[in-house]
Design a protein around this ligand. Sequence first.
Ligand code: S3P
Length: 433
Amino acid sequence: MMPVTTMVLHPACGPLRGHPDLPGDKSISHRGLLFGALASSPWTLRGLSQARDVAHTATALMGLGVRIVRDGSDLLVTSPDAWRSDVTLDCGNSGSTARMLLGLLAGRGLSARLIGDASLSRRPMRRVLDPLAAWGLTVLEGGDNLPLSVRGVANPAACSVALPIASAQVKTALALAVIQAGGRLELEEPHASRDHTERLLEDLGAPLRRLPRGFALEGPWDLPGHVLDIPGDPSAAAFWGVAAAIVPGSSLVLGPVSLNPGRIGWIRVLERMGCPVWLGTAHGHDPVGTVTISSPAVLSPVTIAGEEVVQALDEIPVLAVAMARARGISRILGARELRFKESDRLKAVAGLLGWLGVHAELSGDDLAIHGRGDDAPFPRPGRAFEALGDHRLAMAAGIASLVAAGPVTLEDPDVAAVSDPGFWATRRAIMEP
Ligand code: S3P
């Protein structure tokens, strides 16, 4: 058995100030690599995320023959003359890598075996395999989970797809299939998820038309060369936004980050909780801007439900920490999708709150968090926190520990590198007077 690494986390001794370093946006980085891999001329990616998840997408694409080389601080992505088929692709911990790659394989008519770590091997894949079947993707080994062997034949389908669950990963997988294999896709989702893919395709001039709850896209369509500027990651910024909210007297400047409407749910939630939030001028078709967040005199309780759950889903673990500091009961309603993330995050968030000595009730897919609302620190837990291999849980514990009564211990802090390899160094930096 590998020895478990631990890290001792000290509370903040005063207000947090500064401009935390942020990784490049993970969602846009995956898309830059995948769409760049299909283009007729090379793509230049500026500010690609160094996250382990993104490295898995890059390595998998290189396994299929895509050329990815450094050019100073940029990355050049070139489509292969001959794609490789029948290869094994390791997706690590990354659901985006696995689900989006399935779309690329379907549209290109390639066969591959997808593997991943224990957490990814529990996550559902049918949600993307089922609609991709129309584009000819067949499953040779596996069911709903990795490991999965698939064969693509690039069938040009004409299909209307009504997604039962909003998912930007599934939308992207289908777009990757249509632009290569051809046909026509009409897609609808129950709530609006992040639309980086739609905006990127619109910017490139693709035959994409918006529908009231989705989009229509026709293919085949040749992707042109492109230079993609990748902004900071708002999901990584959310950790520092909550840090500013809970450490009295703090103010942090975050970004520039993506301000895509599907990504800013957490900012709206902190605003409703009473945090002074200043949004700088947004620029670009997929908007980018700076966010300044300060601590309020009192954090108010809040309820998150419906579309807001979709638009703040990845940030719920850390928002729960802010809710634990609020004066009264906050509620997260109908967050079933959280159960299918890197861990059963709904249960895991309740576990994190229990570790912090906060009363929380989980009932079905709803979580009620009883915030104490005073400035008293979280009592020092008697044991180390285990993040269950979930990066966002580990980082949420790292933020909560800023207001603990003394040093606390976290197991496996390295898991933060899945999305933000610089997280612990940044935590140290913003605590320096
Ligand atoms: C992502 C979409 C979301 C999100 C994930 C990244 C993306 O997942 O939770 O971290 O980049 O498209 P779903 O597609 O399952 O909503």
